[in-house]
Design a protein around this ligand. Structure first.
Ligand code: PAF
Length: 274
């Protein structure tokens, strides 16, 4: 495994690869959720590149950029054991210059739900993902369904910009109690971790209602809100189709149910694909 820190080194390292390239972009603090993406990418490709870069342009003023967990040494070990070929860990100065050309998130899909609560977040996210996809030369890039809106917007960017890379959606990884894994879970106390389970419980309740034949979005959302009572603040409960258009009735095979809520310090998100 090689660790690459500059754009030039990355471009050189890539030249030595023949065959398919699997790519997993991350912001580090790797956990089992990242590992499952890395393992899938390893299985499906000849070479494997992982990037670790806490991208400042996707954090809003006042968000946790400085406090975002950083564990460089542990992350490198995880990558080594997982059989990664190249770990790309650039400094901010390598990735950005002043007065950059920027791409923007789409005006509707990019500014609802996460985009409404965190305006500008998706512009920064797409900007860095575009750079990373170009640099890595990925054949396939792997993204978790947990960041569902991110995943859908990246797939749209790839389509709209005719980019030659396959976006692979990967299942959400949960702990034994059902909490979706996230680097931000480290901020949860034991008591908050228990309360945070209300997000996955609300989603399970919704899924059970659908299985029992309830398709009305308003009824399901109302029921989910009662389960989410344990959160400190619920930001949204949304039911959309897989292109993020609002729905009035669940469409089996084309629906995502999403929640965002604060529990203690972190803001948590979770979802289920129906
Ligand atoms: O999901 C993340 O960790 C980040 O948004 C990503 C895709 C690595 C871009 O910085």
């Amino acid at each position: 495994m090689i660790i690459v820190r500059t754009i030039k080194e990355m471009q050189e390292a890539k030249k030595g690869l023949s065959g398919s390239i699997g790519f997993v972009p991350t912001m580090g603090a790797l956990h089992q959720g990242h590992l499952s993406l890395i393992q899938q990418a390893k299985k499906e490709n000849d070479h494997l590149i992982v990037s670790i870069f806490v991208n400042p342009t996707q954090f809003l003023e006042g968000e946790d950029l400085d406090a975002y967990p950083r564990r460089e040494e542990a992350d490198i070990k995880i990558c080594e054991v997982a059989g990664v070929d190249i770990v790309f860990m650039p400094a901010i100065g390598q990735m950005y210059e002043k007065d950059e050309l920027c791409i923007g998130a789409p005006a509707i899909r990019g500014y609802i739900l996460e985009g409404e609560k965190r305006p500008g977040h998706f512009d920064g996210m797409l900007q860095v993902v575009m750079k990373l996809l170009n640099l890595s030369g990925a054949t396939r890039a792997y993204f978790g369904k947990k960041d569902a809106q991110q995943l859908v917007l990246i797939a749209q960017m790839v389509k709209n910009y005719f980019m030659d890379v396959q976006i692979i959606p990967c299942e959400i990884v949960r702990d034994e109690k059902g909490l979706a894994l996230s680097s931000r879970n480290v901020y949860l106390s034991a008591e908050e971790k228990e309360r945070a389970l209300c997000l996955s419980r609300a989603l399970k309740r919704a899924s059970k209602m659908v299985m029992a034949g309830e398709l009305a979005v308003s009824v399901i959302r109302k029921e989910m809100r009662t389960v989410l009572d344990e959160a400190d603040k619920v930001e949204y409960v949304a039911i959309v189709d897989r292109a993020f258009n609002a729905l009035e009735e669940i469409e089996i095979g084309n629906t995502i149910i999403l929640v965002a809520a604060w529990v203690g310090k972190p803001r948590l998100i979770d979802n289920i694909w129906i």
